[in-house]
Design a protein around this ligand. Structure first.
Ligand code: NDP
Length: 291
C-alpha cells in the first residue's frame, strides 16, 4: 500500500493499530506522550516524532488512539493548522456528543474528520473478528478505507460523526444489562451453594434460547401499536414482582430489577397495563426540552 500514516498514542490499542499498519506495509510515524513507548515501534521500522505537529506533518492520514475526548482535544487543537487538509481518524472512545463536537471543530479548521469506535480488544486488531465502526466525513472514509480495512471489519455508519459511538455504546448497554442479569441469577443461586460457574452455564443456554425473541419485540416496537395480544405490561409486572420477591426471600438485593418494575408500574398507572410490554420503551425516551 502507499501512503504515510501517523498514529498518535501507543497504549495497548494504539500499539496494536500501529503494528498492524506496519505489517500491512504502510509507512508509519508514531508519537506517544511517554516517548519511551515509541522504542519497540522504531525498532520494528516506524518513524518516531518528538511532537504532535511533527507527527502530523509526516502523515496523510492521522489515526488518534489516546485515552479520552479531553486528551484528544488537548493534543489536536495546538496542531490544527498542520492538520488542515488531512484525514483524521479518531479511534479513541468518546460519546456521540463528544464525537460531534470534535467533528464541528475539525470542520472549522478544514480537517476531514472520521470518528471511530473499536469493538475489539487489541489482540483482535487485524483479524476479521475485530469490528470497527466509523462515522463522519464520507470523503475521509473513502480515502482512509484501504488502511482501515487492515485493522478489521470496517463499517461506515453515516455522515453524523456521533453514529459510530452511538452504535458502540448502545450495543455495550445491551451487553451490560445482559451480563448484570446473569450476575443476579448467580447471586440468587449462590444462596443455596450453587457455584457461579454452574449458574453461568445454565444462564448461557437460557439466554441463547431467548435472544431470538429480541427481533419479535423489535417488530412490535416498529409496528407501534402494542396490541398484538402477547405478554402485556400487567402480565410482565406480576412475573417481575415474583422475581423481585424471590430475590429478597433469598437475601439478595433486587435493586437491579426494581427500575424495570417501576417502569412497568408507571405504564400500568397511566392506563396501559393491557399493552404489549415492550411499550416500556416509551418510558425510556426522554422528551426533548422545548426551547
Ligand atoms: P492505554 O491505557 O493502554 O493507553 C492510553 C494511551 O493514551 C497511552 O498512549 C497514553 O500515553 C495516552 N494518554 C493518556 N492520557 C493522555 C494525555 N492526557 N495526553 C496524551 N496522551 C495520553 O489505553 P488503550 O490503548 O487500551 O486505549 C486507548 C483508547 O482505545 C481508549 O479510548 C479506549 O477506550 C479505546 N479502546 C480500547 C480497547 C481495549 O481493549 N484496550 C477496546 C476498545 C477501545 P502514555 O503512554 O504517555 O501514558
Amino acid at each position: 500500500p502507499t501512503g504515510n500514516i501517523t498514529v498518535l498514542g501507543l497504549g495497548a490499542m494504539g500499539s496494536a493499530v500501529a503494528a498492524r499498519l506496519r505489517a500491512t506495509g504502510y509507512a508509519t510515524t508514531v508519537w506517544n506522550r511517554t516517548a519511551a513507548k515509541t522504542q519497540p515501534h522504531t525498532a520494528a521500522g516506524s518513524n518516531a516524532a518528538a511532537t504532535v505537529p511533527d507527527a502530523v506533518d509526516a502523515g496523510d492520514i492521522v489515526i488518534v488512539v489516546l485515552l479520552d475526548h479531553r486528551s484528544v482535544r488537548e493534543h489536536l487543537e495546538p496542531a490544527a493548522d498542520r492538520l488542515r487538509g488531512k484525514v483524521v481518524v479518531n479511534l479513541t472512545t468518546t460519546t456521540p456528543g463528544e464525537a460531534r463536537a470534535t467533528a464541528a471543530w475539525a470542520a472549522d479548521h478544514g480537517i476531514a474528520y472520521l470518528d471511530g469506535a473499536v469493538m475489539a480488544v487489541p489482540s483482535m486488531i487485524g483479524t476479521p473478528e475485530a469490528r470497527l465502526l466509523y462515522s463522519g466525513d464520507e470523503n475521509a472514509y473513502a480515502i482512509a478505507e484501504p488502511a482501515l480495512a487492515a485493522l478489521g471489519g470496517a463499517e461506515y455508519s453515516g455522515a453524523d460523526a456521533g453514529l459510530a459511538s452511538l452504535k458502540d455504546t448502545a450495543l455495550l448497554a445491551a451487553m451490560d444489562l445482559m451480563l448484570l442479569g446473569q450476575l443476579q441469577a448467580v447471586a440468587m443461586m449462590r444462596t443455596v451453594g450453587v457455584p457461579a460457574a454452574e449458574t453461568a452455564g445454565e444462564a448461557e443456554a437460557w439466554l441463547a434460547a431467548m435472544l431470538p425473541h429480541g427481533k419479535e419485540i423489535a417488530a412490535i416496537i416498529d409496528g407501534g401499536a402494542y396490541d398484538t395480544g402477547g405478554q402485556s405490561v400487567d402480565f410482565d409486572r406480576r412475573g417481575l414482582a415474583s422475581i423481585v420477591t424471590a430475590s429478597r426471600e433469598q437475601g439478595v438485593s433486587a435493586q437491579l430489577l426494581e427500575p424495570h418494575l417501576r417502569l412497568l408500574d408507571e405504564l400500568s398507572a397511566t392506563g396501559r397495563g393491557a399493552s404489549d410490554w415492550p411499550r416500556i420503551i416509551d418510558r425510556l425516551t426522554i422528551p426533548k426540552q422545548e426551547s
